[in-house]
Structures are given as C-alpha cells and as structure tokens.
Design a binder for this molecule. Structure first.
Ligand SMILES: Cc1ncc(COP(=O)(O)O)c(C=O)c1O
Length: 364
C-alpha cells in the first residue's frame, strides 16, 4: 500500500481496525446464539420498531439536525436539562467528537488498562498519545490514574460499569477522580450499561455533570434499548463542552429513523424494566453455571459477564466449543485478558443452551 507516499497523520497506522463481536459462524449454521456484543437479546421495544417502520414513509427529508424531540424526551425521562445533551450516531461518535475537540498531537488521553477499546483508537486517530493505566484486581485504580496525570492529559475516560469486566467503582472514587483532575482536563464517564446497575449508591454521572464543569456523561441506545443497528447515543455535559461538541459534529449526524425510534423506546418503560429483570435472573443462572464448573466470574453490573477460564489455551478451546454448539461469545485478548471470555446475557432459552455447553465442555 502507498502509505509511505501518502502518509496519514501519525498514530493512524497504529490503529488496528476495530473488530466487533462475531456475528456469524459462516455458512451452514442456523439458529446462531449471538452473545458477543452485549446487545438486548429481546430486541427493541415493539413501540420503537413501529416508530422506525413509520419513519420509512418520510425518507426524502433531512433529519432534525438538533434532535430537539429526542433531547427533550431524554430530559423528561431522566430529569435533565435538554440544552446540556448532545446526540450522536452511537455513543462511539460522541467519544470521537471529544477526541477531535479536546485532544491533538502529543496530548494524552487516559483510560484504564482493560477499558473500552474505542478510547485508544479515537485517541490515536487524532494524533494523541493513549495512556492505559494499570488496574488493581481488574478494577480502575483511581490513585494510579491520579498519579499518572500530566499537564498534557486532556481526557480521562472511565466506563462505569466497565466493558469487558463489568466492574463498577464506587461513587466516592468517581468523585475523587473528578476532583483530582488538573485544569483543562475532562472526565468522561461512559455509562453505556447504566440501566442495568443495581447498586444503591450508583449515579451514572448526572450529579457530577451538574455539580462540576469538568465531567461529561455518555449513554447509549445500543444496549438495554436494543437499537444498536440504528446507531444512537448521547452525551450530557456542561454548556461549554456541549457548545464545543456541536461545532465538530456533522449537521445531521443522527438519522431521522434513529431519532424517532429512540423517542418511542424511551416511552416504553415497562418493556425495558422487564428486560432488566430478566437480565438479572439469567446473569445469575449463567454465573452460577460457570462457577459450578470451577471458573471464576467477575461480578458484573452489566448485561454480560467476564469469566476467567484459567489459560489462553483453555479459553480458546472453550470459545471453539461454544462455536461448535452454535454459540458466539467474545474472546478478549485485545483487552489484555487472553484467559478470559466475555459472554453477553441472552434470553432464558439461550442461557440454558450456554449452561448445557458449559457442562458438555467439562465432560469433553
Ligand atoms: C463501554 C462502552 N462504551 C461505548 C460503547 C459504544 O456504544 P454505541 O453503540 O453507543 O456506540 C460500548 C459498546 O460496546 C461500550 O461497551
């Protein structure tokens, strides 16, 4: 390839194109159970699907570039100020906007050792230096993060709960991190799995955004709301950040169909409460099955669990065994966890299929 004659910005060639969770087993396999991308196994709310279909009657018009109705509906649903919300084509896009707007050549973008991969990739794409801070017991280590800050650190990303570990850190630790950042450095709390969290003191980030000027919260419709295909996410931040992000975003960055489906989804609270309840039950069944087979499961606040299979070789064998049984899960070598597997929580039937596969792996 002609990269030497047409060199991209430094850092770009260090990016390995993102590999999402596997979506097929190749030809010949029917009834694949896809537990590789933390999607909602029950699908989108019927109300959201209907709104999406109706959007098909109006394809000639541009979407509302300010996503007014979606921002207002989000504000009503979560008790927020609509003017502090920005919508994106997935929360991924808002991560990208943050890197474009706040980090440049030589600046540092910090995240945790086993943090979500896109932080590193977007940092590299703008020429910034990605800084992965070691964790303690596979959990964000706020002291280590504070100690690693420099005057060049512009963004600190923290997924709470984290993907792929599923771990949450206590609110007091999040507060300590926000308080300890130097001037000019933003804390981005990525709460993609917030709706699944069931700890008493959890706050996805709203309180900090409203109390401080250096915190941004990210949310998505790709997980609980079952709208991953439509690409819609959002950020909540202080006025100065929202103003900046609106300057770098494309004028019509969220499609009309995505906006209208997301609005309908937000109104179907009962459907999503049921999905959350079923997730909790199946998560427990699955965790117990792995533990009964002798594997250690990291307690997860999300719609997935991370299981340590012991060695990379054994993890590869189990991954293949699942594939042989039509089940797609996620190997997470790319996250520095080669001996672990991440398994999204499926429906009850899917969970039973995984439990059977765990048992047959043991006896194989
Ligand atoms: C922690 C975290 N943040 C952000 C995202 C991106 O989600 P979206 O589909 O909204 O771009 C994901 C998706 O897996 C995630 O796990």
């Amino acid at each position: 390839m002609s990269h030497t004659r047409f060199p991209p910005r430094s850092g770009v060639l260090e990016i390995a194109p993102y590999e999402g969770g596997a979506s097929s087993l190749g030809s010949g396999h029917k009834n694949v159970i896809k537990l590789s991308s933390n999607e909602n196994p029950y699908g989108a709310s019927p109300m959201a699907a209907e709104a999406y279909r109706a959007a098909g009657d109006n394809l000639a018009l541009y979407p509302d570039g300010h996503a007014v109705v979606l921002r207002q509906t989000l504000a009503e649903r979560w008790g927020l100020d609509a003017s502090k919300i920005i919508c994106g084509a997935g929360s991924d896009e808002v991560i990208n906007f943050l890197c474009i707007a706040y980090a440049g050549q030589g600046d540092e973008v910090m995240y945790c050792e086993h943090g979500f991969l896109m932080y590193r990739l977007y940092a590299l794409s703008v020429g910034a230096v990605p800084v992965a801070v070691p964790e303690k017991n596979r959990t964000a280590d706020v002291d280590a993060m504070l100690a690693r800050l420099t005057s060049r650190t512009k963004l600190v990303f923290l997924a709470n709960p984290n993907n792929p570990t599923g771990v949450c850190i206590p609110q007091s630790e999040v507060n300590r991190l926000a308080e300890g950042l130097p001037d000019g450095c933003l804390l981005v709390l990525d709460a993609a799995y917030a709706e699944y969290v069931d700890t008493a003191d959890y706050n996805a980030g709203v309180e900090l955004v409203e109390a401080r000027d250096n915190v941004v919260m990210l949310r998505t419709f790709s997980k609980l709301y079952g709208l991953a295909a439509l690409r819609v996410g959002w950020g909540y931040g202080p006025d100065h950040v929202i103003d900046v992000l609106n300057r770098v975003r494309g004028p019509f960055n969220v499609s009309a169909a995505a906006q209208t489906a997301a609005v309908a989804a937000l109104k179907d609270v009962a459907y999503h409460d049921e999905c959350i309840a079923k997730n909790a039950i199946c998560k427990q069944i699955l965790s117990k099955a792995f533990e009964a087979a002798g594997f250690s499961v990291t307690p997860s606040q999300g719609n997935f669990i991370m299981v340590d299979i012991g060695t990379a070789e054994k993890a590869a064998l189990m991954d293949q065994h699942f594939k042989n049984n039509g089940i797609l899960i996620r190997r997470i070598d790319g996250y520095g966890l080669p001996s672990c597997l991440r398994v999204s929580i499926g429906t009850e039937d899917e969970t039973n299929a995984v439990v059977m596969a765990i048992k047959s792996f043991e006896s194989a």
